[in-house]
Design a protein around this ligand. Structure first.
Ligand code: FHN
Length: 586
């Protein structure tokens, strides 16, 4: 889809800038330089991780004094939901005693499922540390009869079994601390001072985690933070203490440009199409993150496999959550599902690990993943006529065969450009049978063709855009999907339009732009016509506004190219682009 190196190099710049600007924590030792490309490599390859939400809320299991957390909502939010006084919650937490906890078994389960990294809540929003913290006694070792440090045990088990150990850390939200964000039922909102909290608890705990648990694959921050400076401070701590450790996109305010190493979708989110840069989606196995005894809405192995394939085909990672019981046991349905997913991964892992975003469209029979010159056809619903139709692919197909039976060559033909692969009458795998197509070279596909709606305007956004140069499609919480990081004429976005209604069209562009980007010029080319726009600032972050650009004419029906690109080279981003809309003038 685009030049990976260019993308990653620009991430290095952001990280370098962040570290340089930080005013705090000046006593940290100097970071060892590691490129963003080196850092992200394993993440792009490994694709599948286990998320674990575990804490005192697991003991309540979705119930407090007869109130039940409704299925479909988050059991780990029980303290906030019922405004449990911090004093009572702290007493409840004293009973946490996970005698059945066995780090090796948890890690074996993740490994058997085909997961390559494990992210556990070191501290969730309730403020309780699930590791031995020196910052506060409110931690599993000092506060409970358990006395053991599960994170230490898990980090060692991960190392032994070859998984990457990673921690979730709620850096801003903390309901146990008078200055932490969120608890306004015990603590007066007007007396809170977030910076005081960050210095007193959050940053020192982060330093502990980065110091005492060996190399971390990543730190998973959550729910953002107020200012860019605060985010930069957290990034600097991680970069300094563990330069190879990744940082997820939720480290910063969701309403400002993405920071960290990769973007996270919203909870259980799925992008409508592929994304150029590394991304991940955290998803639940039932409907809650922390354990709830009421929630039995478990996803089937088939659903998990289909999601994994779809995510990976769109270039992302699947971080699948389990909420263990307070006694340390894993919920049985979760174990059963993960084992079945693992059996599938054991045989079909080649079609998942190390793949990149697939440029092919979604098909009625399933999805595709891509590795070099191999296209993996993941067949979710077996075609009744035993023919897989693969449209949009230009390359010669050299061979096709079931992944599990490479010697069983499948007949391939072409009809009007559509590749036809003849498959056996029955599906060998009820969830996903993988058929490999070996092609000549890297896949070359038709770009998406944007057609007119019945009321005839065109809406052009990231989804159908073809990016070139440094322009990237990104996702960030409140900002949703946008194009960023374009600063020169070679950085462009292009759409292929099929015009059926001729006549004049009014062009409207929707974007957000910071003050410093004012007066930058850009070109909008529609077939042989072009218009020049000048960037108008819209505010500090993602305050999108629409601007009229002028009128163009389609005098003949047919295909047109529409392109937007900076008119000159700038030392800054052109804009956060959202959409270009073309309205017929009647
Ligand atoms: O509030 C949390 C929630 O409890 C859970 O940890 C999820 C996981 O992505 N993150 C937050 C909501 O986005």
């Amino acid at each position: 889809m685009k030049d990976l190196l260019a993308t990653l190099a620009s991430v290095v710049c952001v990280a370098g800038l962040s570290a340089g600007l930080s005013l705090h924590a000046q006593s940290e030792p100097k970071p060892t330089p590691v490129s963003a490309e080196q850092r992200i490599q394993w993440f792009r390859r490994d694709k599948f991780g286990m998320f674990i939400h575990w804490g005192p809320y697991s003991l309540l299991a979705g119930e407090w004094k007869g109130h039940r957390i409704p299925v479909g909502t988050e059991a780990e939010w029980i303290m906030e939901r019922y405004n449990i006084p911090v004093a009572e919650y702290r007493e409840m937490a004293r009973h946490l005693n996970p005698v059945k906890f066995n780090a090796d078994e948890w890690v074996s389960l993740a490994k058997a499922a085909g997961m390559k990294y494990l992210v556990i809540t070191a501290k969730h929003h309730d403020g309780f540390a699930m590791y031995h913290s020196q910052v506060t006694q409110y931690n599993i070792v000092d506060w409970t009869p358990f006395k053991r440090d599960p994170l230490k045990e898990l980090s060692e088990a991960c190392r032994k079994q070859g998984l990457r150990f990673c921690v979730y850390y709620s850096h801003r939200e903390d309901w146990a601390d008078p200055d932490g964000y969120g608890n306004t039922w015990d603590y007066d909102r007007t007396k809170k001072n977030l910076d005081r909290y960050l210095e007193r608890k959050s940053k020192p705990q982060l330093r502990e985690l980065l110091t005492n648990y060996g190399p971390l694959g990543l730190v998973w921050f959550d729910r953002g933070i107020d200012t860019q400076q605060q985010a930069e401070d957290f990034i600097k701590i991680v970069r300094t203490l563990q330069p190879r450790c990744l940082i997820n996109g939720r480290v910063a305010n969701y309403a400002q440009e993405l920071m960290g190493d990769y973007q996270d979708m919203g909870d259980n989110g799925m992008p409508p199409g592929g994304l150029d840069e590394a991304w991940e989606t955290p998803q639940t196995l039932n409907t809650t993150w922390g354990y709830s005894k009421f929630d039995q809405e478990w996803k089937t192995p088939g659903v998990v496999i289909h999601r994994l394939v779809e995510i990976v085909g769109k270039g992302g990672n699947y971080l699948l959550n389990v909420g263990p019981l307070a006694d340390g046991a894993m919920p049985e349905p979760a174990v059963a599902t993960l084992q079945k997913v693992g059996a599938w991964m054991q045989e079909n892992g080649e079609s998942i690990y190390g793949t990149s975003v697939s440029p092919l469209p979604e098909y009625p029979w399933g999805r595709t993943t891509v590795k070099g010159s191999k296209i993996y056809l993941h067949v979710f619903s077996w075609p009744a006529d035993a023919v897989l139709r693969v449209s949009g692919l230009k390359n010669e197909v050299k061979a096709a065969y079931p992944l599990l039976h490479p010697s069983q060559k499948l007949p391939v033909s072409r009809d009007n450009g559509v590749v036809l692969v003849s498959v056996p009458a029955r599906s060998p795998d009820e969830n996903d049978t993988v058929v490999v197509m070996e092609i000549a070279g890297q896949p070359i596909v038709d770009p998406p063709l944007v057609v007119q709606d019945t009321d005839s305007p065109f809406y052009l956004d990231y989804l159908t855009a073809v990016t070139a140069g440094k322009a990237v499609q990104r996702f960030n919480g409140e900002a949703d999907y946008y194009i960023s990081k374009w600063s020169g004429p070679d950085d462009s976005i292009t759409w292929h339009l099929l015009v059926s209604q001729v006549g004049n069209y009014r062009l409207r562009i929707r974007y957000a732009a910071r003050n410093e980007w004012r007066q930058a010029k850009y070109l909008v080319t529609v077939g042989p016509q072009s218009l020049t726009g000048v960037v108008t600032p819209t505010g500090e972050n993602f305050q999108y506004q629409a601007f009229e650009l002028g009128t163009i004419k389609f005098s003949k029906a047919g295909q047109y190219l529409v392109r937007i690109q900076p008119a000159a080279s700038y030392d800054h981003n052109l804009m956060y682009f959202r959409s270009l809309e073309l309205y017929p003038v009647h």
